[in-house]
Design a protein around this ligand. Structure first.
Ligand SMILES: [Zn+2]
Length: 444
């Protein structure tokens, strides 16, 4: 039985249910999650979580009123959250041989120039969002390009799929680091365009506007000051940018702005807030981390990108120890996979190279509730607390022969979960649900 009517989203889904209430940490504190091996998740007719728990305790009224979907033998987790990704860089994934600044010049800027064409933007962003759903990702914080039409195209495609998404026009106006073909014409024009887009999209359905100065080297002081003004004027806006990704970039920022720390550039213009998300944050120190923690700002950990561009190793341990919220980011196109499972697999290796560990429970927390907290969206998504939006992902323990064999010999649930995180990818996503409806099913 199928029902796509917006008014009839009620469903009860059976399967193994896992969600998080807090960060399980490096010791996998079992008080931080709920696991129902034979579980049920009830969604109300608005697409919100009505109830989650052991199937045997499903309230009678829910049993009778909703349609049933059976995923017994599979694992159901909240939809993955990708806290840092460039929808405009779909076509430069797997481009050879450069580090950050040369990568931008050689691959990124030429490909982003094409997004002045709305039809091109719409086609690429449709492809992009379908890849996210195929990877089990239901929310993301997304960079389109400097063109207003690219923001319209992205939000249109997100709205068509009913997804909770953050995005905003990329701001860049500093020569020569922002090339002339991607440069905002003036502060006034950039501000006017941004205000129009906020008016058009911010708070429309599940969409939120994120002020998006690309990174310090591509913005003038005056442009960053304009962003700070907008943020102060409307604290419901988000902010996303990059911070301390690469050594050469950090040296450039020190030279351009004459600051002790890269973060101080953003701080100077009022951009370090509770709604701010800083991608990478590799070359920061404890002073910076404490500043981020005090402000309630967050960091996006993008391991596949950091390894691919040879940027460096993000210190997850130090960042979480100072209580900075961290989410996972694929950072396509410098990142090499849309899969949050593959992103966690690489994150594990980044922690291992620093003599630390990333247990599977912490990994799944970072990819769900941790990401939601990092984006300040945990009031809406991130776990199965009643009233939250019912975006979830169904995972197949037996998706590939290698994964199936490893899972079969595993002694504990944690061991199985770690195998899934390490060996899983898009093939392990059996279905992805948005507000209680299957938006993607593998092999259908
Ligand atoms: Zn990025």
């Amino acid at each position: 039985m199928t029902s796509t009517a917006a008014g009839n989203r009620a469903v009860v889904v059976r399967g193994t249910i896992l969600h998080y209430l807090a960060d399980p940490g490096e010791t996998s504190n079992p008080a931080s999650w709920e696991l129902f091996e034979d579980g049920a998740l009830a969604v109300d007719n608005q697409g919100k979580v009505a109830w989650a728990g052991p199937a045997s305790r499903l309230p009678h009224r829910l049993r009778q009123t909703a349609r049933q979907e059976d995923h017994r033998g599979k694992l159901i987790v909240p939809g993955f959250v990708d806290t840092h990704v460039h929808a405009s860089q779909v076509d430069i994934i797997a481009s050879f041989g450069e580090q950050l600044l040369q990568w931008l010049e050689r691959y990124t800027f030429p490909t982003e120039a094409k997004f002045a064409d709305r039809a091109h933007a719409r086609e690429v962003f449709g492809f992009f969002l379908d890849r996210l759903l195929e990877a089990g990702t239901t929310t993301a914080s997304v960079f389109p390009t400097v063109h207003s039409v690219s923001v319209d195209a992205f939000f249109e495609q997100a709205a068509a799929r009913n997804l909770r998404m953050l995005s905003g026009k990329v701001l860049m106006d500093r020569a020569p680091f922002a090339p002339d073909f991607l440069r905002d014409a003036s502060i006034e024009q950039a501000e006017r365009d941004t205000r129009e887009l906020i008016e058009r999209w911010h708070g429309k359905g599940r969409l939120g506007y994120s002020l998006t100065p690309r990174f310090a080297p591509t913005s003038t002081e005056a442009q960053l000051a304009m962003v700070g003004r907008l943020l102060k004027e409307n604290p419901s806006l988000w902010l996303q940018t990059h911070l301390s990704e690469n050594r050469e970039e950090v040296a450039l920022v020190a030279e351009l702005f004459g600051v002790r720390s890269y973060l101080d550039v953003y701080d100077r213009f009022g951009l370090v807030t509770k709604k701010s998300l800083f991608a990478h944050s590799i070359y920061i120190d404890d002073t910076d981390r404490r500043k981020l923690a005090r402000a309630g700002s967050s960091v996006a950990f993008c391991p596949t990108s950091n390894l691919f561009l040879g940027s460096g190793l993000f210190d997850l341990h130090a960042t979480r120890e100072t209580k900075v919220d961290v989410g996972m980011g694929t950072d396509i196109g410098a990142g090499t996979s849309y899969s949050m499972l593959q992103t966690l697999n690489e994150a594990y290796k980044v922690t291992a190279l620093q003599g630390r560990r990333l247990p599977a429970h912490r990994g799944f927390y970072l990819a769900t509730l941790g990401g939601a907290k990092a984006l300040d969206l945990d009031g809406f998504i991130g776990n199965f607390a009643p009233g939250k939006e019912a975006d979830f992902t169904v995972l197949d323990w037996y998706a590939t022969p290698t994964l199936a064999r490893r899972v079969k010999v595993a002694q504990t649930f944690d061991e199985r979960l770690f195998a899934l995180m390490t060996l899983g990818d898009e093939r392990a996503i059996a279905a992805t649900y948005v507000l209680g409806h299957a938006a993607y099913r593998r092999h259908s």
